[in-house]
Design a protein around this ligand. Structure first.
Ligand SMILES: [Zn+2]
Length: 294
């Protein structure tokens, strides 16, 4: 059933691609290396490092991180399915199908593609899909929340919530954390604008922060009330969040780094985390973004 349809024109790497986009029906970029499932909710999820394709026609990257984030594409699809199950509605989902040894969409184009022309085109398509999804969400709902979904295997087992702040910056005094300079460097600045009366520390490490909501559901997380300053190593958020999460465009979001042990390692654990994250988001997004998903 077609619940929502819009026609759009995508500018892809110098040429235009027109498509009728229907909620829940995937469309693909060149050679099916990128996939976009259009949604109707103000929530956009991207999966940059779960791709498996290693075509010979795309050169291998020779520097930087080239290992995939195991099972993260499956996790992103489970989260999407769980939201559909709990709300009856579809999120926007963007997936990179190329293995990270061929393309790293979470880097600027030079490090991402290392000069391969096909990879450059796919990189542009991937980010054009995210732009399209966020624009559609903001046009329909007046705001959007973005999650760039990753996986890490750090020794300290916890979900890392990347709001673009470094570990050392979280150790600053509370008045600095609640000051405009610190807020302006983070990916929740738009939420701060919605709730100017609430300290920024409530958003990132308070009892109703995403970290706290995940811990209540059995998944250790940082930053959180338990661990307000993440131990190193910690992923603070990367290129994709920095590029697409723009407060002036009414977008907030973060990079979520799901640990492998007890979370991504088995299908049962991935399903359990997907259900817990969705449960947390169904509290978090109405509260902080004033968005009802159901
Ligand atoms: Zn990653």
């Amino acid at each position: 059933m077609i619940r929502f349809l819009f026609v759009s024109c995508l500018a892809f790497a110098g040429h235009s691609f027109s498509a009728d986009l229907k909620v829940g029906e995937p469309v693909f970029g060149s050679d099916h290396y990128t996939e976009y499932v259009p949604g109707e909710l103000p929530l956009v999820i991207s999966s940059p490092h779960g791709g498996a394709l290693k075509p010979e026609s795309v050169a291998n990257r020779t520097s930087g991180v080239r290992d995939a984030d195991a099972n993260t594409q499956d996790l992103a699809r489970r989260i999407t399915a769980e939201i559909r199950k709990q709300t009856g509605k579809q999120v926007h989902l963007i997936i990179s199908h190329l293995h990270r040894s061929k393309l790293d969409p979470n880097r600027e184009i030079v490090e991402a593609t290392q000069g391969d022309k096909t990879a450059e085109k796919v990189w542009a398509e991937y980010h054009a899909f995210i732009d399209l999804a966020l624009k559609a969400a903001v046009a329909r709902h007046g705001r959007a929340f973005f999650i760039d979904l990753h996986g890490q295997s750090h020794k300290d087992v916890r979900v890392e919530l990347g709001y673009m702040h470094s570990t050392s910056s979280y150790a600053k005094p509370t008045d600095k954390l609640n000051g405009p300079e610190f807020i302006a460097t983070g990916s929740l600045m738009f939420i701060n604008q919605i709730h100017p009366d609430r300290p920024y520390t409530d958003l990132i490490l308070g009892p109703q922060s995403l970290g706290a909501l995940l811990e209540e559901r059995g998944f250790l997380a940082t930053p959180s009330p338990r661990m307000p300053v993440p131990t190193e190593p910690y992923f603070r958020g990367g290129y994709t969040v920095a590029r697409h999460v723009v407060a002036d465009l009414k977008i907030a979001g973060l990079q979520i780094e799901a640990n492998r042990v007890r979370l991504r390692d088995t299908s049962t654990n991935r399903q359990c985390f997907a259900e817990s994250l969705v449960s947390a988001l169904l509290v978090y997004l109405p509260k902080w973004m004033n968005l009802e998903l159901k």
